[in-house]
Design a binder for this molecule. Structure first.
Ligand code: PLP
Length: 349
């Protein structure tokens, strides 16, 4: 006799993490190459002395600091063990078996997994030929069974960002009982003045929640902390399905310190945006199709050629992230790392 596991788990796709290959440049997981901000490393070291204590369940200091920075009240903020946990909490808090979750595809690969784990139905809406979210098609996909719509902007893995105007028009047409999740994991890298600010939109609509993270621009992917901003009704529900103590004490202290390192953060993001432009232009010059990116990565829609490109880069000691049959996502690293990538890309085909 073997134990009884839910039979539907067998068909669940596994989350594929970017590979780490010793001796190779890793441009596969949208991490920042420069590491945590220097002032934050000190806060992490100090926090190590207190890890025999449980973390503050309410993350009081972090929530208060975020509230002050974002100019919202503390009842509009929830923290989570990475923003991926908050994605899961939203689905858990809204969906019963059979309810529907609408999301663009391709997009963040956690969406289908956490939807199915919650027993909900996934509704994938293909991107436009320009690799952008198809908001019209997403509206058409909403049914009375829809509880959540994920809107990832800039979209992982294509890097494309929505325009504020288009997103606002979309939000006006989504039924007010459907939760719209604006997944803004890459918000800090955005330079387009036409791009939306999700937190701003949460002030206008009670069914909109913005998710942000310390994993990407702030360089704390290994510590696991993100946050949600939205109406108190949604935030209260998120807190109900929070796994107790899952945002650890070191992460809380590091996140608070990160919010004071504004100058360091802005300098880093500006450098990445400059490199993003350089890498994209060089790839275009080499004849690749590269949609404009507002994130810390670029996307090559290579279709069936994706696996070959991935292998070719690996031979040149550069690890990228291929999505079979669709394309390859390349994280923007340091100038030297990007040069290694460009060299590999130049010798492909
Ligand atoms: C990386 C990422 C996240 C989650 O990051 P966490 O490390 O869990 O905070 C969420 N959404 C998107 C689109 C991402 O790319």
């Amino acid at each position: 006799m073997s134990v009884r596991i839910r039979s539907d788990l067998e068909k669940l796709p596994a989350y594929v993490a970017g590979r780490t290959v010793p001796g190779s440049v890793k441009l596969a997981s949208n991490e920042v190459s420069a590491g945590p901000l220097p002032s934050v490393v000190e806060a992490i070291t100090r926090a190590a002395h207190d890890v025999h204590r449980y973390p503050d369940m309410a993350a009081t200091e972090l929530v208060a600091t975020l509230a002050e920075r974002l100019e919202v009240t503390t009842d509009r903020i929830a923290v989570g063990c990475g923003s991926v946990a908050l994605c899961q909490q939203i689905v858990q808090a809204t969906c019963e078996p059979g309810d529907e979750v609408v999301f663009p595809w391709r997009s963040f690969e956690a969406y289908p997994i956490l939807t199915r784990v919650a027993g909900a139905e996934e509704v994938r809406v293909p991107l436009t030929p320009e690799q952008e979210l198809d908001l019209e098609a997403m509206l058409r996909a909403i049914t009375p069974a829809t509880r959540v719509v994920f809107v990832c902007t800039p979209n992982n893995p294509t890097g494309t960002s929505l325009r504020r105007e288009d997103l606002e028009a979309f939000l006006r047409r989504v039924p007010s009982e459907v939760v719209v999740v604006l997944d803004e994991a890459y918000r800090e890298f955005v330079t387009d003045p036409e791009a939306p600010d999700g937190v701003e939109l949460t002030r206008q609509r009670d069914n909109v929640v913005s998710l942000r993270t310390f994993s990407k621009a702030y360089g704390l992917a290994g510590l696991r902390v993100g946050y949600a901003v939205g109406a108190p009704e949604i935030i209260t529900a998120l807190r109900k399905v929070y796994i107790p103590f899952s945002v650890n004490a070191v992460a809380q202290r590091a996140a608070v310190a990160s919010l004071s390192a504004t100058t360091e953060l802005e300098r880093r993001c500006a450098e990445i945006a400059t490199e993003r432009t350089r890498v994209r232009e060089a790839l275009l010059e080499l004849g690749y199709e590269v949609p404009p990116s507002e994130a810390n990565f670029v996307w090559l829609p290579l279709g069936e050629g994706s696996a070959a490109f991935d292998e070719h880069c690996a031979e040149h000691r550069v690890v990228v992230r291929a999505f079979a049959g669709d394309g390859v996502r390349i994280t923007i690293g340091s100038p030297e790392e990007n040069d290694a990538l460009l060299k590999a890309a130049a010798s492909f085909r």
